[in-house]
Design a protein around this ligand. Sequence first.
Ligand code: S3P
Length: 163
Amino acid sequence: MKTIYLIGFMGSGKSTIGQAYAEKNKKTYIDTDSFIETFHQKRISDIFKESGESTFRAFETEALKRVSAYEVVSTGGGIVENIENLQFMGKSGIIVYLHASFKEISIRLANDQTRPLWNSNIEGKIDLYDRRISLYQNHADYIIDTDQKAVDEIIAEIEEFRE
Ligand code: S3P
């Protein structure tokens, strides 16, 4: 069976849903950010601070290739920034976009200090969100709206199209 790649903005629930879906359906699961942190023995925020975003993006593309043997993969919100990543996911799996509104994301990440790209002013956050939305939408095989939905409901939607 093809790998399920979960994509979406920071705070859209990719890791929570990926892990819960995989556990329930007895699938192997990995998260690209956790893979990067373990592989490079460094926190994502430290990679950004010490080496910059472009180094992180290179690590991310390399990580994606290494995790494609897993059945469920949750990705970092910026995985869509590189067309090579989109092509790779499209060829090796199915891409599921977990959509959450900007309002919902802002509530979920209100106190978050761990995500370097969420650490900007409100205009920067809105710009990033607006630019990413079309990338997620244009490359997804399935789109799931997650606002106001419980984890179980979202998992049930993924199971529906996996049947
Ligand atoms: C990023 C999202 C983060 C992480 C890094 C960059 C982004 O992952 O990969 O901070 O560019 O949107 P999450 O989507 O899991 O927060």
